[in-house]
Unconditional design. Sequence first.
Lengths: 506, 499, 102
Amino acid sequence: MPQPGAALLVVAVLLPVSAAAACFLAPRLARGIAVAVALGLASVVVLLAVELVAHGPLEYRVGGWGAPLGIDLRADGLTLFMLLAAALTGLPITVYGLAYFPASAAAGGFWPLWMLLWGALNALFLSGDAFNLYVTLELMGLSAVVLVALAGSVDALGGAMRYLLMTLTASLIYLLGVGLLYHQTGVLDLNLLGAALQGGAADALQGGAAALGPAWVALGLMCAALLVKSALFPLHFWLPPAHSSAPVPVSAALSGLVVKATVYLLLRLWLDVMPPGKEDLGTALGVLGAAAIVWGSVQALRQSELKLLVAYSTVAQLGYLFLPFAVEAAHAGVAWRGAAYFVLCHALAKTAMFMTVGNLQKLGGSARLGELRHVARQFPVSLAAFGIAGITIIGLPPSGGFLAKWLLLQASIGAGQWWLAVVVLAGGLLSAAYVFRVVGLAFVEDGSESAPARRSSAAEWITLAVALGTLALGFTAPPMLRVLEVGSPFGEPFGGALLWEPGGAP
Amino acid sequence: MSWNAALPLLVLLSSLAPGVLIFAIPESFRRWRTLLNLAGAVLKVALVGVMALGVADGQEFELRFPLLPGMDLALVADPLAMLLVVLSSVLWLVTTVYAVGYLERSPHRRRFFGFFSICVTATVGVAMAGNLLTFLLFYELLTLSTYPLVVHRGTDVARRAGRVYLIYTLTGGTVLFGGIVWLYVLAGTVEFAPRGFVSGLPASEHGSLALIFLILVAGVGVKAALVPLHGWLPRAMVAPAPVSALLHAVAVVKAGVFGIVRIVQNVYGVEFSLDLGLTPPLAVVAAVTIVYGSLRALHQDDLKRRLAFSTVSQVSYIVLGTAVVGPLATVGGLVHLVHQGLMKITLFLCAGNLAETLDIHRISEMNGVARRMPWTMAAFSVAALGMIGLPPLVGFISKWYLGLGGVEAGESWVLAVLVVSGMLNGAYFLPILYAAWFREPPPRWPHDQGSPGRLETSWWLLAPPLTTAFLTLFLGLLASAPFSPLRWVQFVGGLVYEP
Amino acid sequence: MTVAFLYALSGVALFVVAFHALVNRRHLLHKIMSLNVLGSGVFLVIGALARRAPTADPDPVPLALVITGIVVAVAATALGIVIMLRLQAATGRPELPPADRN
């Protein structure tokens, strides 16, 4: 007997996937379909949130088969956060796409693929089974590759090719890991895998704890594959060319959502599957995350092409998502809540930033910083959007990024891991350097004749609206974090009673 | 929402809403913009007046909004907050009138007034912050909203100054952020309390507490321009005159100093700070800043730069008063928060008048300028004499209480600092006054923009400094009248010490 | 040493050889082919390990993994070749353009 509301889980996957087919078959209707689906998915997420808060985690067994054989769709608070990130960025990306792509049939390739990508993302977030996750990973990767190639330039084709080779190799390695894990345990469902590896049940396997060795090899392969796909430094080589050459709405979706989907998957493996004894791996991931923050920011500072600057910023910001792996277990929950909120904020901010790049490219004719110097002040709305999104990227209040960093800091300091705290703070300053490199352009007076005032385009206003969304996230954390607690993905609620009582301690 | 909760929000919105609207209306709608500005400023003064009367009456104005589980955005109008709220609202009105006249012909007025309003909102937010989280929020908002004002002219010099400003203030903000979270982890709260909230922590944490104090003060010390963190301030002088006036008298430096006051009084508590041995070093830093700023001011020929170093020096009187533990010193420091604001804004507005009307930027160009612009120079002279500490001007009141406080606390060296600094103040202000009033003016002023025979400059530019100069004199004469800053501060000072 | 183990070992060998070629060959068709060989290596390992206990019958689930993997590989190969041809048309060379063109 399925739970009431569990059907929403199926809708979240089927709606975009069938829309992809519809867009493909009826290209004339594609734009309308896409907008309708985007609105539909946003409402599905809202309904799901209500459902989750009321009834707890949801599960839907496709065809009624159930684990270990069937396909299960599951949703807890963390799943919902990811679906929400997809909807929050997907909706403006879709609307922006209307303005970005001409209505002609030639540009129609975007719509079915974008719907497919969205469907794959949602399916990935909802799947609870290592093999289904492989399928969704592939679906996501391949549609993303084609989306990058849509731009058609040499850069885009090269970027797409690199992306394709990377994503396929990584998927195969992931698949190898899944195969080995199945050989060990005989199950693919993540919960069952976790039960087999984490609990006392591990002893029931032949050989007891010693049997975990091969399991670690399998998990190691899966992790490595996911790290490549998440572009964790130093495996980020493929990201800047792919993200910077794609059409703007695609770049936004890739930087905002796709790379985070694999981090999400890694986190699921980490929390639900991996047996104890993973502290060293966690520290290594945290160190790499810290290196990513520093290296990505420095690279972003050095770019002369705005789109590459934003892409390297993604490399840097992804680093923050890996810091919680290194946080001592007792405080990791707080850090993960911060990281979850960070995902949301960064997705929105990066979307606004890529949209700004798109506006400047289209309206100003270039997105090279040197040339923008002379034209940037004609685009106050776009640059304001970039600056506002930058507030979240830097982690300044009032923005969602600030609250996320507060939680990360609180966890690192609480655990006495000072190096993490320093990285979080220094990363903010480094990102300020590249954000203000761009924002400063708005104020250049080089003595040249002021161009006649122009009306800001619809695309620019959309960009500003997305950017303002990141500020709004600075005021919505408590209810959102409450939804995140559904199903306790991170174990105990943090801070106990202190957490939910307004006003703090006496 | 009750009236007592809504009022703090309305006070914020009365400057935020005009700011946002100004961004929305086109550059060419000059009258609408002026109307919005003035309406917002007048409304703010009115609302603040109502709130101040309420606070004096013992009412509590408090608004809370959860930002993180267990942590609120808290706006609390306590008596200390009202000091800065009233000061910034009144001076915003004055500066707005001035800015409307000053920027008559310049481009980008929309951007300027938009950020100007947000800047005031941030200052009032800093004042009313009920905890460190809220304080940090508005403190950083202030950084963000003043950056566009510093780089407003868009020249290379202005943009370089903007970069320096950001490097200083964002680094300061980051340090502050780290310190606040550490304190939160340690104490479980960051809510301001009348006599601090950390004194109950076990003695084993006192080392950490002392370190956090250092971090917090370093964080806010950047904006308070404590030596050696003052480097951004003289450079930021490239900004238009109303901005300099605002940065120096009201917004940025005051936010920094106010942070120090909050940390000493409402986070650590005055007496606990002394017990931990934290205030004596702070007093020394303040004394060094006072003397160093004055010494540097002596050698500046650029009028605005001389005033900037004077600010570095004068603002630390407030820090000194806070760091010398005793009711009288506290009163002296806090009252200087208001008094220094009045005097310094007068000086900067007058400097702006000279620059705007006669294109005079250097002290060496000021010979005989008082004959051409007597009203401006009269206002300037009143403020300068006040800075030196001449009775009955407000500067004298501040110094009197600071001196008494030093003696009361057994720190007689404070008197020496006051005397030395007073002499230095005289040394860098009196030559200006002498040159302006008694030296021969040049046969004609090379860049005279005014219309001879009528007023020395436009009313918009003249009325604001005359008003603040008048207040400098008036509040000094009536220092012991009810509702004078001194009376208010004596009330505030009474709250931070054990009865 | 069982036959299955030999299969698995050769799968690993294929994987390693193919990975080497994937990284070092410049011609994109070589890269795409190496990817296919690499896939075959993975499939061989999974297939060889399908028999989870020495005496049991082979488990169908790993074979399902392999079949899905093959389907994906075919689709991806087609996609890769299309992109390669487009690149060749644009640059005249079936190779990756330099990543950083600044």
